[in-house]
Design a protein around this ligand. Structure first.
Ligand SMILES: Nc1ncnc2c1ncn2[C@@H]1O[C@H](COP(=O)(O)OP(=O)(O)OP(=O)(O)O)[C@@H](O)[C@H]1O
Ligand SMILES: [Mg+2]
Length: 237
């Protein structure tokens, strides 16, 4: 659990230094293609972790990225979000996406997304002015029905207020991302550690959304894998 202060003081959120690199080329992509990884080599400090990665993502697709721990799944998200320079290749992005504020195209449920020692309302809105009725609706959507009422919205999350389980925190993070209504949702291990029932509910919810969803998961049954439009197995790349 974290207080908001480190976030507010985080220099990353203040005016960023101009980048010395750009992984992204904004071009006219045809056939509802939105993102293309074109011969990309990914890694840190020129040390390659994933070589020659090629795939295409179409609007509205549900895409699963799998592979063993440490293979580079989260690194792939970092490269797409332009947080880490590509060693080789380019990521082609459809011109229609917002170029000036590229991050604003994405809702992100990351492995290290924070839950703050603040109210449930703050954890959902991060200070934005969003009506309570919308917050209640999204809490129901992520199957946190018992929290979906006005009393809980202004209760602190933490030992002295609302103690949330790991799975419940995950649902709050997904609810936060959904409130932003972005075209793309990046989910890094959204299902791991959830009990069977919650896992099924969140899996079905993510599959039912209209957005393009890129989901990183470790464990996925063959039956569930078949529900994705595309499965990218980095172990075999
Ligand atoms: N900031 C960093 N600097 C250098 N190497 C890093 C950095 N972050 C990650 N790595 C290395 O890159 C490799 C890929 O890491 P990454 O976090 O992408 O794996 P992952 O597939 O997401 O694993 P997991 O399933 O455990 O989350 C690992 O070997 C890791 O040690
Ligand atoms: Mg990871």
């Amino acid at each position: 659990m974290n207080s908001v202060r480190p976030l507010l003081e985080n220099t990353v959120l203040q005016k960023p230094e101009p980048r010395q690199y750009d992984n992204l080329s904004f071009v006219n992509l045809s056939d509802k293609k939105k993102i293309i990884f074109d011969h990309c080599t990914l890694g840190y400090n020129n040390h390659a972790i994933l070589k020659n990665i090629n795939f295409e993502i179409f609007e509205g697709d549900k895409v699963l990225i799998t592979g063993r721990s440490g293979i580079g799944k989260s690194t792939l998200f970092k490269s797409l979000l332009n947080e880490l320079p590509l060693i080789k290749g380019k990521i082609l992005i459809d011109k229609q996406l917002n170029k000036n504020n590229f991050l604003s195209n994405f809702g992100i449920v990351g492995q290290d997304t924070y839950i703050f020692s603040e109210s449930l309302r703050f954890n959902l809105t991060l200070g934005k002015d969003i009506p309570s009725s919308r917050l209640i609706k999204v809490l129901k959507k992520v199957k946190l029905e018992y929290l979906a009422n006005k009393n809980y919205l202004d209760t602190q999350i933490g030992d002295k207020g609302l103690s949330l389980s790991g799975g419940e925190k995950r649902k709050v993070k997904i609810a936060r991302a959904l409130l932003n209504k972005k075209d793309f949702l990046l989910v890094d291990e959204g299902l791991s550690g959830l009990d069977d029932n919650s896992r099924k509910q969140i899996f079905a919810l993510l599959q039912s959304l209209p957005q393009t969803i890129i989901e990183i998961e470790h464990i996925m049954s063959i039956e569930d894998k078949q529900k994705f439009d595309q499965v990218i197995n980095l172990d075999t790349k």
